[in-house]
Design a protein around this ligand. Sequence first.
Ligand SMILES: NC(=O)c1ccc[n+]([C@@H]2O[C@H](COP(=O)([O-])OP(=O)(O)OC[C@H]3O[C@@H](n4cnc5c(N)ncnc54)[C@H](OP(=O)(O)O)[C@@H]3O)[C@@H](O)[C@H]2O)c1
Length: 300
Amino acid sequence: MRILITGKNGQLGKSIHKVVNSEVETNNNLNFHNFVFVGREELDLDSESNINHYFDSNDKFDIIINCAAYTAVDKAEEEKDIASQVNHLAVEQIAQIAKKQQAKLIHISTDYVFDGESDKAYLETDKTNPINVYGKTKLAGEKALQEIMPTDAIIIRTSWVYSEYGNNFVKTMLRLGKERDEINVVSDQIGSPTYATDLAGAILEIIKNKEFKEISQATQIYHYSNKGEISWCDFAKEIFKIAKVDCKVIPITTQQYPTPAKRPKNTLMSKDKIAEIFSVNIPDWKESLNTCMSILKEQK
Ligand SMILES: NC(=O)c1ccc[n+]([C@@H]2O[C@H](COP(=O)([O-])OP(=O)(O)OC[C@H]3O[C@@H](n4cnc5c(N)ncnc54)[C@H](OP(=O)(O)O)[C@@H]3O)[C@@H](O)[C@H]2O)c1
């Protein structure tokens, strides 16, 4: 099997690379697959011709895992066209190519397709209503994909992704915790963090699953994050507790912390569907945070 992974320099792309390498080392059945990791240098999603050129000059793929995305939520408010190109139009084009190549497509989306007004965990079937440009472009990508590929694709919505790679909330808190005695963090946005290694593991479980391998299965949406329900404030407190950083976390409201892009209040998502269909591992958020932070500590 030839498996293409886009966004190789991003948090999820790097985490898939890490998990593939460690599984290959332990002689797992992933040995039979040929994983091709590409970043902006090889596959630039900024234009239609770049995308066509990449796929025209490479052999066909059996599975495409699209981890690349325009993820700068606030900047997207200003850069609507670029965000739309990467999160919507490029996804549409990749879906067309996947269909033509008879490849399966796994596409990653976001909790920000919801408006956050629900008081329950969102199900895959719940009404979407994005409140910022990033969420709108990601939803447009989901819809285009579903229209072009009514079968043979899956969309995984995830939330609050962090890892030992790139920039993320955990690394920002660790940096600020060293510089300051106290820090204000919003306490009225609720959700669940996702350790990118856990999501990478779940994706690799899915491609090994009998259910996924079957041809012409209806395209489905799944939700994946770690287990638990917290606010950004709870998240920051736990980061400082694990790192033994003496920095006071002061809870503030979203209103007290205005940002260019609006943020949904509750984006907790139910993971029952992905757990039931693919039996993927969904660790508790604290357990995964400890794992990531011990890797970050070793890297110092
Ligand atoms: N991060 C989160 O909190 C979060 C939350 C919910 C959902 N998600 C979704 O999860 C997926 C993975 O996110 P992540 O955290 O791994 O994001 P990330 O670290 O920002 O990585 C995204 C990657 O996409 C690449 N990319 C952006 N524009 C591109 C273009 N025009 N051509 C080619 N590559 C381009 C970036 O390349 P460069 O490195 O060259 O810029 C980057 O490596 C995305 O679909 C995202 O929407 C993320």
